[in-house]
Design a protein around this ligand. Sequence first.
Ligand SMILES: Cc1cc2nc3c(=O)[nH]c(=O)nc-3n(C[C@H](O)[C@H](O)[C@H](O)COP(=O)(O)O)c2cc1C
Length: 228
Amino acid sequence: MVRMCRFLVCVFSFGFLMGGFSFAADEKGGDMQITEKIIKLPAPRLKSNISLEETIYKRRSKRRFTQQGLTLEQVSQILWSAQGITNKAGFRTVPSAGALYPLEIYAMKKDGFFHYIQEDHKIKLLSNKDLRSRLSDAAWGQSFIEEAPLDIIICAVYSRVTSKYGQRGTRYTDIEVGHAGQNIQLQAVALGLDSCVVGAFGLKEVAGLMNLPKDEEPLYIIPIGYTK
Ligand SMILES: Cc1cc2nc3c(=O)[nH]c(=O)nc-3n(C[C@H](O)[C@H](O)[C@H](O)COP(=O)(O)O)c2cc1C
């Protein structure tokens, strides 16, 4: 018992010394790695050289991407378009039934897997592995998911809305995902990028790969990049 207490004290002290970093086992690989790191994103821009009408006109599903990576500014802008906060009350770029905000936004890139935190406009590193090929496998081999330099994944916590609206909350949440997806696609065009929304994937496989909490479901994968 005493030995166990000593062990726990050591573990907690080490965690404290690491200054907020935490460790977790990788879902498949089983190896231990740093999984918590916050990256502050550049402020989103509010002006563009392209009109809204032109972005609507130019939006097209594209499924062949070059290897060219995106800048942090581009990633920041896309995440902001999906769920960024746009007023002091905390309202966002996308409408939400009852302002209950069931959506969670994630980004998969070559350098890791991140969760968007709209408060303070930042991302949290969840894994420093490139999970895009496994995401592509979970979407029944849609290879452009692996090729794209950025995959956005929109997930939803239905209970945030069904707790107020009952079964209707499910419909409201599904509608809201469409708003976020459209914002992302139009924002991509405004940045000179292309994208495709993907709904054909194994829910369990993607949720497992992302290590999602039990009450959260993946709804959309949106690969984004420069078209070949
Ligand atoms: C809910 C939804 C799910 C979709 N899932 C996929 C998909 O899994 N794979 C894919 O290649 N395209 C997918 N698409 C994109 C459609 O194929 C595409 O929007 C359609 O062909 C029209 O082309 P456009 O987007 O260029 O106008 C999906 C679109 C929607 C709205």
